[in-house]
Ligand binder design. Structure first.
Ligand SMILES: [Zn+2]
Ligand SMILES: [Zn+2]
Length: 193
């Protein structure tokens, strides 16, 4: 029966992350509400192990070479795609999927010396990547480090949150049409608050 309870937690997390205007007021009660009350899944079967992985958001991540590792103290609760030309350049792809977080829940576990922060001469968030392997890790506002975005692909496993918007769609790559997926769309930036 414990497994069935775990399954029911998924929509709870999903509903939280669909908030169109997530506010970063810390809301520890809201965030922890989606977690199982106990880490004990009560069995060693493959099924229960799978359910366990599905319902606990990944809080850790790192770069391609493994030199940089980070962790979050709470699950990310908002995410979106960015189609801006800077993201196209740095990823080599059509867009970047990223989770917006409050920088206070982020901690570099190792590899601080490997993290290179690059800021466009015209301003904007610093783009932080591993200087050894080139993996894109996160971005942050150099004037307000509480404003951060973690690249979704940098998480070790499923961070739980799902992208709910697409920003800078006016600049989308002509070779990759924006899918008709019902996500909120913004011609330019989506405000953080
Ligand atoms: Zn690396
Ligand atoms: Zn972008």
């Amino acid at each position: 029966m414990r497994s069935a309870q775990a399954l029911l937690l998924a929509p709870t997390i999903d509903a939280l992350t669909r908030d169109p205007n997530p506010e970063w007021d810390g809301a520890p009660d809201l965030l922890s509400a989606g977690r199982p009350a106990s880490g004990d899944d009560g069995g060693q079967s493959h099924l229960s192990a799978t359910l366990h992985e599905m319902t606990i958001p990944s809080l850790t991540g790192g770069c391609l070479c493994g030199g940089v590792r980070f962790e979050l103290s709470e699950p990310a609760s908002a995410a979106g795609y960015c189609h801006c030309t800077r993201c196209q350049r740095r990823t080599g792809g059509g867009s970047s999927a990223q989770a917006r977080i409050d920088g206070r829940i982020f901690r570099l576990v190792r590899g601080e010396d490997l993290v290179k922060a690059w800021r466009h001469p015209d301003g904007g968030f610093e783009k932080c990547f591993c200087r050894e392997c080139g993996a894109q890790l996160f971005a942050r506002n150099p004037d307000d480090p509480t404003q951060m975005s973690i690249r979704m692909g940098a998480f070790d496993d499923d961070p739980g949150v799902r992208p709910s918007w697409r920003a800078f769609v006016a600049y989308a790559a002509p070779w990759e049409p924006i899918p008709d997926d019902g996500l909120e769309r913004y011609e330019e930036a989506k405000a953080r608050f």
